[in-house]
Design a protein around this ligand. Structure first.
Ligand code: UD1
Length: 422
């Protein structure tokens, strides 16, 4: 996957044309991997993206006692031999935010966990108070010291948990913890993201008793500890990677067929893209996009699913930066997640940010320059911006892109983009 000093060089060549496949979702597969802690045996995950975060989660699980091996591209075999060490050390945890997803499975399976506080993307504080409050309601006790949390629970019990906000990670941790708890756990205002649904469906095929999947009220009836079994499971396609290819053709122009894009997971976003002037048509598992002429500006706000995801935002701002007129983008999930805007300014975009808002005045064309990827999605947005910029855009910080994108460069090159990794 290359070295940290790698760069991506993009030149504007005009229209993109052809077919791209969408790999499995990072934000799902990492949680599916963590769920293998729950039951002994060998699991097989398919549609696994070739991304660095999968390797990082594999290293973390190896330290805990679950071995993973990729036998062929897109397939990952994980073996839980039952002898688990419920400790997640700092050097492994700090690489990915999703490492916090081992908390629920380890606690319910082993009755104790030591976990360093999670790292991940560089966009502000990401507390885990909702995870902790929920698990405390289920009978867990927590101690925090030296950047580490220690949780213990001889036996978790069901509880009625009401979230103030539909947190993805907290929903996932509570659901996985509840599968072996005594009695019934209900989560009100649960997250409904397709990746949460994917995890719940895998848990259900393992033998967990979960109802309300895909709704904001999840009900988990605990089953006997040790009664779950390993499964084969296909990872849900990545709606954020799919949206990246839509954004690419939107700014470059042309026509793309995006295979394995699940339009039903992107309904709101695609509706807004149509307002911007994209012609979209959907067949089962396939999205066709035709982009002709200049995009029109719209106002967008990020919201929990089914709203427009915060992870789409750098792509949307990049599209607006070359659209006709002015668009206002409001971030409702992560205050201050606008760091990449400085990089867009270097490319000649006209974007002003105040607090939660970005005001984007479209310019006819960007102009290539050296820029840096600050996180996964912002990095992909820089690549998309490069497709709309005269001359050469050189992106450093490519390691961020590798964390979440499976061969972005190869996929874009295959549909006519002038893009190389050096
Ligand atoms: C996941 C995704 C991330 C995406 C986000 C929102 C993964 C690995 N990451 O992150 O790409 O941007 O969902 O769709 O799946 N919060 C609290 N207390 C908590 C938990 C969350 O205050 O205990 C806040 C967070 O700081 C943030 C907001 O709630 O402001 C959303 O967080 P959450 O939905 O939990 O996102 P993650 O699971 O961290």
């Amino acid at each position: 996957m290359g070295s940290p000093s790698d760069q991506i060089v993009v030149r504007r060549v005009g229209e993109l044309k052809g077919l791209v496949d969408v790999p499995g979702a990072k934000n799902s597969v990492l949680k599916l991997m963590a769920a293998t802690i729950l039951a002994d045996g060998t699991y097989e995950l398919s549609n696994v993206p070739a991304i660095v975060d999968v390797a990082s989660m594999g290293d973390l699980l190896a330290a805990i006692g679950v071995r993973s091996e990729s036998t062929e591209p897109g397939r990952l075999t994980l073996t839980n031999a039952g002898d688990l060490e419920p400790v997640a050390p700092y050097e492994l945890v700090e690489r990915i935010r999703a490492s916090v997803n081992v908390l629920g499975p380890l606690l319910t399976r082993c009755g104790r966990v030591r976990l360093s506080m999670p790292g991940g993307d560089d966009f502000g504080a990401r507390p885990i108070d909702m995870h902790v409050d929920g698990l405390e309601k289920m009978g867990a006790e927590f101690k925090f010291s030296h950047g580490e949390l220690e949780a213990t629970a001889d036996r978790l019990h069901g509880a009625d948990i009401v979230f103030g906000f539909p947190s993805v990670g907290a929903t996932e941790n509570i659901v996985t913890a509840a599968v072996y708890a005594d009695g019934v756990t209900t989560i009100e205002n649960a997250a409904r993201e397709p990746e949460v649904v994917d995890l719940c469906e895998m848990l259900r095929s393992m033998g967990a008793d979960i109802t309300g999947i895909g709704t904001s009220r999840l009900v988990v009836r605990g089953v006997e500890r040790g009664s779950l079994r390993p499964v084969r499971h296909r990872t849900v396609p990545d709606r954020i990677q799919a949206a990246t290819y839509v954004a690419a053709v939107a700014v470059a122009g042309g026509e793309l067929t995006i295979r394995d894009a699940r339009a039903e997971h992107m309904e709101n976003l695609l509706g807004r893209f149509a307002e911007m002037g994209l012609e979209l048509s959907v067949e089962p598992g396939v999205l066709h996009v035709v982009a002709q002429g200049r995009l029109r500006s719209i106002d967008v706000q990020t919201l929990p699913y089914p709203g427009i995801a915060t992870d789409y935002k750098p792509l949307v701002i990049t599209m607006l930066s070359v659209a006709d007129d002015v668009g206002i983008v409001t971030e409702n999930l992560y205050p201050g997640r606008f760091r990449y805007v400085e990089e867009l300014l270097r490319l000649g975009a006209d974007v002003r940010t105040t607090g939660h808002h970005a005001v984007v005045r479209g310019v006819p064309r960007l102009s290539g320059a050296p820029v840096r990827a600050h996180d996964i999605r912002a990095g992909a947005a820089m690549v998309v911006a490069g497709l709309a910029a005269e001359g050469e855009t050189v992106i450093s910080g490519v390691a961020h892109i590798d964390r979440g994108y499976d061969d972005l460069v190869g996929r874009l090159a295959s549909v006519g983009a002038d893009i190389v990794r050096v």
